[in-house]
Design a protein around this ligand. Sequence first.
Ligand code: FES
Length: 447
Amino acid sequence: MSESIWKKNLSISDRDQLEETIKTDVCIIGAGMAGILTGYMLQKQGLGVVILEADRIGSGQTRGTTAKITSQHGLIYNRLCRNFGAAGAWQYASANEEAIDNYERIIDEEHISCDFKRCASYLYTKKSTDLLEKEAEAARLSGIAASLTKEIELPLNITAALRFPNQAVFHPLKFLQALSEKLDIYEKSKVLKITGRKVETEFGKVWAKHIVFACHFPFINIPGYYFMRLYQERSYILALKNAMSLENYYYGIDNDGLSFRMAGEYLLLSGGNHRTGAKLTDSPYKLHSEMAAKLWPDSFTAANWSAQDCMTPEGVPYIGRFSKKAPNWYVATGFGKWGMTSSMISAKILSNLIMGQAGIGQDIFYPQRELCGEAIVGYLKNGLHTIKNFSKYLIPKSKKSCTHLGCPLTWNPEEGTYECPCHGSRFDSKGRLIGGPARKNLHTDGL
Ligand code: FES
């Protein structure tokens, strides 16, 4: 696998490792989009902020994104109306639309050159139009100026498409680089322990009034129990050259649907989603390659990479207080495939909470919200999936066990990684941890 196109010709300067004890107002764990934006907003309001990053700035999920800034998240509004009513769906839509505006405002105010562009976002189908018609109605009820059409730029025989106007795209790492320069960030400073207001890394400590988990998957099991409320999915992105040019972006809702957006000279095709740790029977790039060969025979692959997303059972992120038992801890996770917009929403909600201010979205994204029917079914399915995988660990005992809670790992041949089917931790072929909730490398005698 090659590196994502966002890394091409861009280098973010290295920061020191934390080797001292610091006192501050807010300690943020994770220097990805959610952590950097939260730090930026709080610092703007006069608070002292320290950000701790286990690896390098933007080295996690931000570098793997397709970087759409949008309130169109698949078939979400019909689902939201069903589970949270029209008021909940309106809150979700408003927070997302506000997030798009906030990106534009910050880019303007800070004079950031990051290829930000307003455009429309489309869902499309080649099958029955029922789902899109329902989604159109629910989106309009939620306050979005959604419209149905059959006209799209892609050379596909669709039956319908649902258009959201005034969405956006940008270059995520150019944006992150510019904002990160304003912040106090320590790299290679993995958090090992948190007790109350004390955050400990290998060589240093931060004492903070507020602690924000913006590290993709919260790695503390109790309190919060996020490992029981989240699962992870992988998706795969192909960057084509010499294909075609698009003004807007597209997301297929059918099983074999892909998503498409332009990034400079590249056409990005994204799809092949699967639960992390699932056994692959085919290349996850198969659909992309077949479509590229059929529609754009003169194109060629310039880069390909994968992304990992935290999913909640009802498709709404957890953003807010970490747990009733830890009142000064905050969390931003479960962004699904919509990490850029959700990162901005997180920054707004968390900075409002820390500053004691009200704002859009504090109820719908509340991590301890009441469970809707769909969430209960999702939890049960998730629990059964985990129990099934744990049982493989008990009889017979697997040597390649995850260092989070011991699930047996599967091998992803496409990426050359071990993946945990329980909660999605990943390790390279030498057993080194790539992504949590696990915090430790594999025991090498298991490899
Ligand atoms: Fe939880 Fe592996 S990630 S057991």
